[in-house]
Structures are given as C-alpha cells and as structure tokens.
Design a protein around this ligand. Structure first.
Ligand SMILES: *Cc1c(COP(=O)(O)O)cnc(C)c1O
Length: 330
C-alpha cells in the first residue's frame, strides 16, 4: 500500500502529541495474576484525558493539519469517545469540531461532547447514517474529516499506546486489545510487533455485531448489522471502502475472541470489585476474555483498558448484579 502506516509514523505521533496526552500506567493485577498464574498487567488507558485512548489518534490527526485546514474545522461520525476526543483535540488546537452520531449513542457521551464546545448532531440509527452528514459537511462546507479509525494519523496516534506498553514490559507473551474498527489494535500491533515480534496481539470484540471479525471471515470488508451491546464503543462497521485497518489487522493480529454480553458485564464487575476501577464495556473485554477462560495466558500478558465512559446507572446495575444481562436475557 502506497501510504502504509509505519513505525516512523508512530514515533512521529509520539513527538507531536506527547505534551498533550497522559502517559498512562501499566499496573499488575494481583487478582488476575493469582487467578491465572501468569503476570497480568493492566494498561490503564481509561485514565486518559477525555476518558479513552481516542485522544491519541485525534490529537495526532488535528496537529498534522495545515493552518488552513485547521481554520476550516474538523468533522467526524462517532459512537462517542472519538467525538469527545476530537472535540478536545480541536479545542486545544483552536479549531472547530462538528461531531455526528447515531441515536444509539448514550446521552452521557453526547452531553460530554457538547460540554467541550463542539457542535453535536444526532443523525439516524447507525454509524452509516451519521457518516452521510459528515460527507455533506466535507463537500458543502469544506470541513476536514477525521474518522475514528481508518486514517493513517489516527492509527499512528493509537500506536503510541503500544509503544508505552513495550517500553514498560519488554518481554510480553501477549497483548489483549479491544477491537472494533481496528484503529487501536492496528496501531498497537504495529508498535508491538516492530519492537517485540514474538509478542502475540489478540483482538477481543462482542458477539453482538463484531464487524471486523465478520470481515476477516469474509476475506473483505462487508456490512454488519449494528446491535445494542454493553460494549457500545465497539459498535459500527469498518467501512466498505476501508483503506488501512482491515489489511493491517489481517496481517498483524494473531487471533480474535468474541464475548457474550454476560462475559462483558463480568469484566466490568471485576474491574470495579477487584481492581477498584470504573471502565466501560468496550474496555472490559480483555478482562472478560480471561475470566471466561476464552484466553488462557501462557506468559506475561498486557490487557488494554481502553475507556471509562459508561453510563453510571448501567454500571451500578452491573456491579449490583441487577442488570438484565444477568437474567434470562443472557
Ligand atoms: C473506539 C474504542 C475501541 C475500539 O477501537 P477501534 O480503533 O475502533 O478498534 C475500544 N474501546 C473504547 C473505549 C473505544 O472508545
């Protein structure tokens, strides 16, 4: 591919965004280490500014714009965390952000984006509907699209997270990464495989609407129905015109794992009860995979906790065991 993302791009991203993001910690989970007999390390990226890793890619993309582009402003269709991150990044760079999202996005995420000074627009029932409005803004109003995952600067920005993991734990057997559009895992896998080729990179998604896993099985980007899930930040398709993440995931990711809603809920509850951390469903899939026995650690393993932006009413129900997922629905 002519404009393939490389390790040089990841290092360049780190130089650009270093002063605007947190370098998050990698901490050992006593509970999961005891349970599995292998060191389990948590990458605490839910403690990132704006509450998710998406700030890395969004900040790198905004800082890579020309002065003229920055003046026109940026736009994105987002399930929430990317929109929030892009709003934050645009404000920090003195630019304007228009964030388009579907009506499936939880109200707390919409409010957070408005509070960051961005123009938040609710369009339709899916990521694809929101995308139509972004296309219009680009065409008719000259805004610059910063998509949530399929853009070189975004992937390189997310790769800085992988760089930090390898710096803090050079001899990992595996890294578990939440997987949706694949920007996070593509960037992380690029950095990890470059610096530590033997480390396995494993993607974890929900059973309900795992777009990238369906595309890998089909051998090409395909349409996947978006369903309601506790891992709402993992919803949405990868785009039929996918340029980067599909081929990168196919090349760099060793394995994928799918979780039920109840297994995701168990990850959220474990994070709270054992680690004393509030994380969202998308961020809980690595822990969920270990607890469900769907991933059996064979050596030191890092687990990416990717975000904390969960509706606290839902979180309370999960921790109390009263969420519908624990009943006959599961
Ligand atoms: C976006 C997101 C993901 C998935 O990232 P992709 O780059 O789309 O694969 C995982 N966790 C959280 C919290 C997210 O916001």
């Amino acid at each position: 591919m002519a404009d393939a993302v490389t390790m040089v791009d990841v290092l360049e991203a780190r130089r650009r965004i270093g002063s605007l993001i947190h370098r998050t910690s990698l901490s050992q989970s006593a509970a999961l280490t005891q349970r599995t007999g292998q060191p389990i390390l948590l990458k605490n990226e839910h403690q990132q500014l704006t509450g998710s890793f998406k700030l890395r890619g969004a900040t790198n993309a905004v800082l890579a714009l020309s002065d003229d582009e920055r003046r026109r402003g940026v736009a994105a269709a987002s399930t929430g965390n990317h929109g929030r991150a892009l709003a934050h990044a645009a404000k920090a760079a003195g630019s304007r952000a228009v964030i388009c999202m579907s009506s499936l996005v939880p109200a707390n995420k919409v409010e957070a984006i408005k509070a960051l000074g961005a123009d938040a627009r609710i369009i339709g029932m899916s990521q694809d509907d929101a995308q139509v409005e972004v296309d219009r803004l680009v065409r008719e109003e000259g805004l610059i699209e910063v998509p949530p995952f399929d853009k070189a600067e975004v992937i390189a920005g997310q790769g800085t997270l992988g760089l930090e993991i390898v710096e803090d734990a050079p001899a990992l057997d595996a890294v578990l990464v939440p997987l949706s559009g694949g920007g996070l895992i593509a960037g992380v896998a690029l950095a990890v495989k470059t610096l530590s080729p033997k480390t396995r990179v494993i993607g974890v998604s929900m059973e309900r609407g795992a777009a990238m896993v369906a595309c890998l099985a089909a051998g090409k980007p395909v349409m996947v129905e978006e369903l309601e899930t506790l891992a709402d930040s993992l919803g949405g398709g990868i785009g039929l015109e996918n340029r980067h993440t599909f081929s990168m995931v196919r090349e760099l990711v060793d394995e994928t794992i799918l979780l039920t809603e109840r297994e995701i809920a168990a990850g959220i509850a474990h994070a709270y009860n054992e680690e004393r951390e509030v994380i969202e469903g998308a961020a809980a899939v690595g822990i969920g995979a270990i607890l469900a026995g769907k991933f059996a650690p064979a050596g030191p393993t890092a687990v990416v906790l990717s975000g904390k932006n969960i509706d606290m009413g839902v979180h309370g129900q999960i921790v109390a065991g009263t969420h519908p997922v624990f009943g006959e629905l599961a």
